[in-house]
Design a protein around this ligand. Structure first.
Ligand SMILES: [Zn+2]
Length: 104
């Protein structure tokens, strides 16, 4: 995997991961275990939470992240394809049945 983006905050990292998930790109957030002790270690590029994606998804991920950062990420509410529940836009999974949001 390769690092696609270094986020300023863990919340931002997870928002972007959710955005990539929703677009069908597998992404992981690394560095979050360091946040709890960030007062004790210097904050550097390597200790900030970062988004990692598969090498084959690198270019697509960068385009999507750019887009997300430019437009700010505004999620619309969606309807679960499995159970028909209305789910708020910031969630990538149905709170009722756990189905993943379908790619936009
Ligand atoms: Zn559901």
């Amino acid at each position: 995997m390769i690092r696609a983006y270094v986020a300023n905050t863990l919340a931002q990292a997870h928002l972007i991961k959710g955005f990539l998930d929703a677009e069908g790109i597998f992404a992981v957030v690394r560095g979050e275990h360091l946040v709890g002790i960030s007062g004790e270690i210097p904050i550097t590029f390597d200790t900030l939470p970062s988004i990692w994606v598969g090498e084959e998804d690198r270019d697509t991920a960068r385009v999507l992240i750019d887009k997300a950062l430019r437009n700010e990420i505004v999620f619309e509410d969606w309807t679960c394809p499995e159970c028909g529940e209305a789910v708020e836009g910031q969630f990538t999974e149905c709170w009722q049945c756990g189905s993943a949001r379908s790619p936009v």
